[in-house]
Design a protein around this ligand. Structure first.
Ligand SMILES: NC(=O)c1ccc[n+]([C@@H]2O[C@H](COP(=O)([O-])OP(=O)(O)OC[C@H]3O[C@@H](n4cnc5c(N)ncnc54)[C@H](OP(=O)(O)O)[C@@H]3O)[C@@H](O)[C@H]2O)c1
Length: 247
């Protein structure tokens, strides 16, 4: 199975890294970064050399890419789009192969991505199977209905950035109270890692109970954090609205 990428930036490379086989790439700004990849200088060449085409460009340039793809033979190929907000029917208007929409996240770069996949009307079960096989090299795959894709984009597609910001807020604030900045960062990074492991075994409520004594120290902080429930809802609402704008 020959795999080609249109767009080879942060996410394209993250996915290719997990594949451990040489891929074909069309990206005018191509750089290798230790990944086995062969560049081509046109979409036509990319399509003729690929059975599976991963669309990994920014949503803003998808119209131009789809127009270019439309001019070529695409029958029998599998198209996997990771572009935020671009619907399956929009892609299906320009390709004759099967279309799968995917929403990975940047944790794919370390083999721990959460990847949601939706199958288009045009796609066969075989196309979905191929997409699952490819994406499983980079993390855990979940098959969902396309109507939830905009939410998942604002949710787990973006969440590595949300968690990273939260961790940073903690260690930057700890150093404001006098803790050495390097030490405060190391302490919190290890705590984030440990908590992620605990979450594999326990429900969040169980972990909270394990840490917080009624009337104790953690409870004070939890009361403050409870206010962020609405903030998190807003994060998702804003993200979904932006995702829909991109389509
Ligand atoms: N980053 C994430 O965490 C994440 C998570 C989930 C989904 N996604 C989705 O993944 C897609 C790619 O995002 P990214 O973060 O990887 O962006 P990125 O790092 O900017 O990568 C996009 C690549 O496509 C290249 N490109 C631009 N125009 C092109 C064209 N006409 N033909 C071929 N290649 C072209 C860009 O080159 P230039 O730099 O020269 O423009 C860049 O190398 C987006 O649709 C995004 O919604 C990203």
């Amino acid at each position: 199975m020959r795999i080609g990428f249109i767009g080879f930036g942060k996410m394209g490379k993250a996915i290719a890294k997990g594949l451990k086989k040489k891929v074909l790439v069309y990206d005018p700004n191509f750089t290798v970064d230790g990944i086995k990849a062969k560049p081509v200088d046109s979409i036509k060449k990319l399509l003729s050399g690929s059975d599976v085409v991963i669309l990994a460009v920014k949503p803003q340039v998808m119209d131009g890419i789809l127009e270019e793809i439309r001019k070529n033979e695409t029958k029998g190929k599998t198209f996997i789009s990771i572009a935020a907000g671009i619907s399956i029917p929009k892609i299906e208007q320009c390709v004759k192969g099967g279309v799968i929409r995917a929403m990975p996240n940047i944790a794919c770069a370390v083999g721990e991505g959460a990847i949601a996949l939706s199958k288009g009307e045009s796609a066969e079960e075989g196309d979905l199977k191929i997409a699952i096989e490819i994406m499983e090299n980079t993390g855990k795959v979940f098959v969902i209905e396309e109507k939830y894709m905009d939410l998942v984009t604002a949710y787990t597609g973006a969440a590595p950035a949300y968690f990273a910001l939260l961790v940073k807020f903690f260690y930057e604030n700890a150093s404001l109270f006098g803790l050495d900045p390097v030490l405060s960062k190391q302490l919190m990074l290890q705590t984030a890692k440990g908590t992620a492991k605990l979450l594999e075994e326990y429900e969040p409520e169980q972990i909270i109970k394990m840490v917080a004594t009624p009337g104790g120290i953690t409870e004070q902080g939890l009361k403050v954090l409870e206010d962020s429930r609405e903030t998190i809802k807003k994060v998702l609402e804003k993200g979904m609205a932006k995702t829909r704008e991109l389509g």
